[in-house]
Ligand binder design. Structure first.
Ligand code: 4NP
Length: 158
């Protein structure tokens, strides 16, 4: 059985959380971790859509093809299916707390709380910005994914 199952949640599920998913898969591969990784959005505007072209280009520049990812909206069931849910910013964290069911056991946290010195901060939404914003997003989610991989490596396999 997988050691952990991790869901990354942003607003649209086409910019930040797909990049977090890609970075987490890459770091898990590097560390030889058997984990389940997925992403979703609190909003429903991009359900069924591939990631934003700029996010796709950013991932490709790191050798990762995310063109087959598809947007989906987070659901109450996700709190039962995943062991960990990470919100990409504080607005999404607040909304996730609102939809969390009473029997949802997933550990819910702000993603950048995993990175020393960045506690309490969000990954800036690059959607209305330029290409450079996506490079910043990649840096943030990669640092967080590395910290998560390190932490999970120390959890005994179940
Ligand atoms: P994301 O970026 O939450 O990082 O996927 C956004 C994508 C789309 C929208 C907002 C944020 N939107 O309003 O459509």
């Amino acid at each position: 059985m997988a050691r952990a199952s991790i869901l990354f949640v942003c607003l649209g599920n086409i910019c930040r959380s797909p990049l977090a998913e890609a970075a987490m898969r890459a770091e898990a591969d590097k560390a030889g971790l058997d984990i389940i990784v997925d992403s979703a959005g609190t909003g429903d505007w991009h359900v069924g859509s591939p990631p934003d072209q700029r996010a796709q280009r950013q991932a490709l520049s790191h050798g990762i093809d995310i063109s087959t990812y598809r947007g989906r909206q987070v659901s109450a069931e996700d709190f039962r299916r995943f062991t960990h849910i990470f919100a990409l910013d504080t607005d999404n964290l607040r909304n996730l707390k609102r939809i969390r069911p009473s029997d949802g056991a997933a550990d819910l946290a702000l993603l950048m709380d995993m990175v020393p010195g960045r506690e309490g901060t969000g990954v800036v939404d690059p959607y209305y910005g330029d290409e450079a914003g996506f490079a910043d997003t990649w840096d943030d989610v990669t640092r967080a994914a590395r910290a998560i991989a390190k932490r999970i490596s120390s959890i005994p396999e179940r």
